[in-house]
Design a protein around this ligand. Structure first.
Ligand code: ZN
Ligand code: ZN
Length: 329
């Protein structure tokens, strides 16, 4: 029964003043454009990661090196994170509907939890290979050709890392810049593996190969673990960051003139959306019209401050005031 939708409520965009509605439409068309650009980058990231993984896998087949196997599997992290980014953009950005009135942002966390699990599986596959190679170290077949093939794939990764970091900066997207930095850290690992394998080939110290593979696997395990834990915490309605919370308090403080205090402030985030709810204490004899005006002013200020906010304010008379409210007006 709770699914039946009873038409516009006071929070519907229809209830907004006309200038707000126009602004919302302008904002959403800018967002659409940005979304299609991000979608293109995410799709290209999948293609690049698949190509790099394929080429690195060929280098592994040529040499039989476990370290090159681990280096190839590391690309699976990038394939999966790029798929999650695409899921976030396509499903996560769908507007709220009847059965999901708070939006679909959490789709990306589901994708990320699944990815974290798959990444951990990849790490254990490498550990398994490294374990066998450790007890039976072999010298590499075709070391020169194999290492050059791997170096070629690493160069592709480096170029794409540069594209992501510069686009991220231009589009002011910390997530994209972060992906670029992650890819750059892969490039550094790959260079480390290559140097190690060159040393192994020169010195004949073949045990370096599984040792390098194990180091790469530990790194992959760490990434998978962090991703899974962080995403599960988000699924459990993690609060906004302390920095965002401080900005919320400041915006309420600066725009709450006429009210007495705000308390019981709760936040949660879902993708780019920040949900904020709190109690606003006003003088008991204030008219509903005036109290609603204060609420609209605060809601508008929060939207200006953070963008993508969903604010619910519960208005209370003065005898509901709490002695230790975080915002005293
Ligand atoms: Zn209203
Ligand atoms: Zn209260």
């Amino acid at each position: 029964m709770w699914k039946t939708y009873r038409g516009p409520s006071c929070l519907e965009p229809l209830a907004l003043p006309p200038h707000n509605r126009l602004m919302a439409r302008m904002k959403s068309s800018i967002a659409d454009n940005k979304r299609s650009q991000h979608q293109l980058i995410a799709a290209s990231s999948i293609a690049v990661a698949l190509a790099v993984m394929g080429i690195k896998y060929i280098a592994y087949l040529m040499t039989g090196s476990v370290a090159l196997f681990s280096d190839a599997l590391e690309s699976i992290v990038n394939v999966l994170t790029a798929i999650a980014a695409l899921v976030a953009i396509r499903i996560g950005a769908q507007p709220p509907d009847r059965s999901h009135p708070f939006g679909h942002h959490k789709a990306e966390y589901f994708a990320a939890v699944l990815e974290g699990a798959l990444i951990i599986v990849a790490a254990f596959m490498i550990f398994r290979e490294a374990y066998f190679a450790f007890y039976e170290p072999r010298s590499l077949n075709q070391p020169v050709a194999g290492l050059m093939v791997n170096a070629f794939a690493t160069a592709i990764n480096a170029a794409w890392a540069w594209v992501l970091m510069s686009r991220g900066r231009i589009w002011n997207s910390p997530a994209m810049a972060g992906d670029g930095r992650h890819l750059l850290s892969d490039v550094i690992t790959s260079v480390g593996v290559l140097i190690g394998l060159i040393l192994a080939t020169i010195t004949g110290w073949n045990v370096l190969d599984p040792l390098l593979a194990a180091i790469v696997a530990f790194n992959i395990l760490r990434i998978g673990y962090n991703l899974a834990v962080e995403s599960m915490s988000q699924l459990l309605d993690q609060a906004a960051s302390p920095e965002i919370q401080a900005r919320i308090l400041a915006a309420i403080r600066a725009n709450g003139e006429g009210a007495l205090q705000a308390h019981d402030i709760r936040t949660r985030t879902a993708g780019p959306q920040t949900f904020i709810e709190f109690h606003l204490v006003v003088p008991g004899d204030m008219t509903v019209l005036t109290a609603h005006g204060i609420c609209d002013r605060i809601e508008y200020a929060l939207e200006q401050e953070l963008a993508n906010t969903d604010v619910v304010i519960h208005v209370e008379p003065d005898h509901k005031a709490k002695p230790k409210a975080p915002v005293q007006l």
